[in-house]
Design a protein around this ligand. Structure first.
Ligand SMILES: Cc1ncc(COP(=O)(O)O)c(C=O)c1O
Length: 337
């Protein structure tokens, strides 16, 4: 892959660290656990979208856009970071937010909602749960065009082939860092949501012939819909990057046992995982994505899915700003040292 040929903006000034988690490793008595600190990426509050936005915003600028349109859930990290990137580039940004099943929009809510206002979203359109957000974004874009503006629509989660290139680049970064540290990774564990993170990592590792298994922990869908979604995005990303997609479908591994009742709905495992990482390693996760992913990793280790001599990398995709929207979630202690 020759990623330098794709237009890219740079929003982070160094590689994000790969750190060992010694206390967690000891506590779980399984494989050696490492963490890729993508929660420390640039833009307001860090997180995985920053890598996708480096390519997506470069494309928007190349096409002369003056307004970014995107959408997500009420506490969307993707919307916060897209808005921050737009601000940095002097672009306007309009958001479409979908209410949750049991969580209506609260204008005064904390977390990312507060940050949408602080970062100066030009408009926020709230739509009921189950609305077609893609159609809503399209309508907004057409209205902007009719008003003489030049909109650029970024898909939910930044997960198209171009956004996924950000994580193919991350795969290269991980391989370089682990090479420098003499660390031979066996497995990567990462969130599987809109899919660009997992798909980009799969394609990037495959393109370097690295025999590292990527385990996607689903945060919103069952395997019957998530696996085809990731497989399709892997194919599109491989095509875009001119990487041979032979047998790539065999590299798509998803786990749907940790979603609980659905997207954003808390689970006991998530609460335990968030408290465990905070209290063993001093690292903040979030309740919607990384907490459920860590719950999956903990459970897989407890079930003996990895060998003791394995090296497993957990990709921290960010999200901790949303913790401040739901403080009561962690009232009960499910983990104590
Ligand atoms: C903090 C965080 N982690 C993980 C994800 C999931 O990443 P992807 O949508 O690329 O599957 C998201 C998506 O919004 C996120 O905000």
């Amino acid at each position: 892959m020759l990623l330098a040929k794709y237009p890219r903006r740079s929003y982070t000034h160094a590689k994000t660290p790969v750190e060992k988690l010694p206390h967690l490793t000891k506590l779980l008595n399984g494989p050696s656990i490492y963490i890729k600190r993508d929660d420390l990426l640039g833009l307001a509050g860090g997180g995985n979208k920053t890598r996708k936005l480096e390519f997506l915003i470069a494309d928007a600028l190349r096409k002369g856009a003056d307004t970014i349109v995107t959408g997500g859930a009420l506490q969307s990290n993707h919307c916060r970071l897209t808005l921050a990137a737009a601000v940095k580039e002097g672009l306007k940004c309009q958001l479409v937010l979908e209410e949750g099943i049991a969580t209506p929009y609260e204008p005064g809510a904390n977390g990312n909602n507060l940050l949408f206002k602080l970062l100066g979203a030009e408009s926020i359109k709230v739509v009921p749960h189950g609305s077609d957000i893609i159609a809503e974004m399209q309508t907004l874009s057409e209205e902007l065009t009719m008003a003489g503006r030049t909109p650029y629509v970024i898909p939910i989660g930044g997960s198209n082939a171009l956004g996924s290139v950000g994580y193919a680049a991350c795969a290269q970064e991980i391989l370089q860092q682990t090479f420098e540290d003499g660390l031979v990774l066996d497995d990567v564990v990462v969130a599987s949501g809109s899919g660009g993170t997992q798909a980009g990592l799969i394609v990037g590792l495959h393109a370097s012939s690295a025999p590292i298994t990527v385990h996607g922990i689903n945060v919103s869908r069952p395997n019957e819909t998530q696996i085809p979604k990731i497989t399709d995005l892997v194919q599109q990303t491989a095509d875009y990057l001119n990487v041979s997609a032979n047998h790539l479908a065999d590299h798509v591994h998803c786990y749907d046992g940790y979603v609980g009742e659905g997207y954003t709905i808390p689970t006991q495992g998530m609460i335990e995982a968030v408290q465990m990482l905070a209290r063993t390693e001093g690292i903040l996760l979030d309740s919607v994505y990384t907490g459920k992913v860590m719950a999956g990793l903990i459970d897989l280790i407890r079930k003996g899915a990895f060998k003791k001599e394995d090296n497993v990398l957990f990709v921290h995709t960010g999200g901790s700003p949303s913790l401040y929207a739901t403080p009561a979630l962690f009232d009960e202690d499910l983990f104590a040292l």
